[in-house]
Write a protein that binds this ligand. Sequence first.
Ligand code: ZN
Length: 217
Amino acid sequence: MKNDKAIVVFSGGQDSTTCLFWALKNFKEVEAVTFDYNQRHSLEIQCAKNIADELGVRHHILDMSLLNQLAPNALTRSDIEVKEGEEGELPSTFVPGRNLLFLTFAGVLARQVGAKHLVTGVCETDFSGYPDCRDIFIKSLNVTLNLSMDDQFVIHTPLMWLNKAETWALADELGKLDYVRENTLTCYNGVISDGCGECPACVLRKRGLDDFYNGRF
Ligand code: ZN
């Protein structure tokens, strides 16, 4: 992999920033792609841009406003409340088709820039009920991408089997824990770094960090 080029699907959050550092360690050349789908906080895109600039990574921002038009949800509409799914229901933050579209467009971009590797921070362990974060979906899409373009892409998911504490441990192993903690945006209320402390994303992030520091993982 060392001599190859990779595209990282990059949102500026904890997970994808950790993946970006993972890719920088494992590939010769790395580019990042961020999708603009009118996220609740345009700060998210700014945050991704700042990190890519700082790391000297070529950054593509692709317009995906179509997704908002088709699938309004709590991440794109301020009038939809962020809430966990009731039993057997998906959370209100689920964006139908998001990873399918993102990875497909990342694949088209990869072909354009001559990259064979795609890296995404999806994770099945802290499974919040998103079907398109499952390993089986990623493997299926990998086959589909290769068939659709008669190509040999490899989709990498370094976080697939990690819990939040283990994701912090990976950032630490890469020597980037503090950087990830200070520069990324995960909070649904748009507060960078440790966030608002109250939304589901902040609670999850903090619990993982506490577990990491206490060696509970
Ligand atoms: Zn928050």
